[in-house]
Design a protein around this ligand. Structure first.
Ligand code: NAI
Length: 245
């Protein structure tokens, strides 16, 4: 964004709200310039950008659909032209289209696989080329407890998130020799727009820590994996209040 920019750069997909926004702010606090991607809400994206700038870092928002390969590639090229590098990638963008499997429609299956899993391929492919050239980088993928243990009504979502786990482990093995670490976070129930219609009281009964998680709980772990966990790669860290032990 600026000339002679020396700060490291973090790219967070789905960074305009919820967990992605918390990650973006966490990286800004750690001294990173931040690029957020978002799908549609310009106002929320602009607000997040101005909050990052208030923390003294450069920031920009890139509106593109992560499930569109061409759009993702074009956006990554723009980011590199503007910022010169990408040090951290957080593949966070995601949606739910819950339904019992017998009733699941093709659109529900495909939308979730495209947005939650194929997106990681579309975005990571061009970004990994840049990180390989830099000979450094960290990637954090947003999985879910649903991807590890399965969840009735979420065959599409569980499949996509399980895919993220396999993707993380394979990529960690491939990219380690280039000094690029790849890890995943598996959140439990986190208080965001995605979970706002769920029966909170019933869910909390099942969580040993007896509360929903906050986006910041995930963001701190993402930042730890990306910046501090210099000898950790290929791991999936549960951040779920003890839901899955
Ligand atoms: P959210 O609904 O608040 O935010 C999702 C973000 O993804 C938004 O910024 C939205 O613009 C973006 N997005 C959606 N489709 C997109 C597309 N096609 N292209 C670009 N951006 C797109 O959701 P939340 O809760 O912050 O979730 C973030 C991630 O964490 C998701 O991958 C979700 O599956 C995962 N997760 C969330 C949990 C929770 O309890 N909230 C639990 C486990 C995982």
């Amino acid at each position: 964004m600026t000339d002679n920019n020396t700060a490291k750069v973090a790219l967070v997909t789905g960074g305009s709200r919820g967990i992605g926004k918390a990650c973006a702010l966490e990286f800004a606090k750690a001294g990173y310039d931040v690029v957020i991607n978002y799908a549609g809400n310009d106002e929320a994206a602009n607000k997040t950008v101005s909050e990052i700038k208030d923390l003294g870092q450069n920031a920009t928002a890139k509106k593109f659909d992560v499930s569109n390969k061409e759009a993702a590639e074009a956006a990554i090229a723009e980011i590199v032209a503007e910022f010169g590098r990408i040090d951290v990638l957080v593949n966070n963008a995601g949606i739910t289209r819950d339904n019992l499997f017998m009733r699941m429609k093709d659109e529900e299956w495909l939308a979730v696989i495209n947005t939650n899993l194929n997106s990681a391929y579309f975005v990571t492919h061009p970004v990994s080329k840049i990180m390989i050239k830099q000979r450094s980088g960290a990637i954090v993928n947003m999985a879910s407890v649903s991807g590890i243990y399965g969840n009735a009504g979420q065959a599409n979502y569980s499949a996509a998130k399980a895919g993220m786990v396999g993707f993380t482990k394979a990529l960690a093995k491939e990219l380690a020799s280039r000094n690029i670490r790849v890890n995943a976070v598996a959140p439990g129930f986190i208080q965001t727009d995605m979970t706002k219609d769920l029966p909170v009281d019933k869910i909390v009964e099942r969580i040993p820590l007896k509360t929903l998680g906050q986006p910041e709980d995930i963001a701190k772990t993402v930042k730890f994996l990306a910046c501090d966990a210099t000898y950790i790669t290929g791991q999936v860290i549960g951040v779920d209040g003890g839901l899955v032990i």
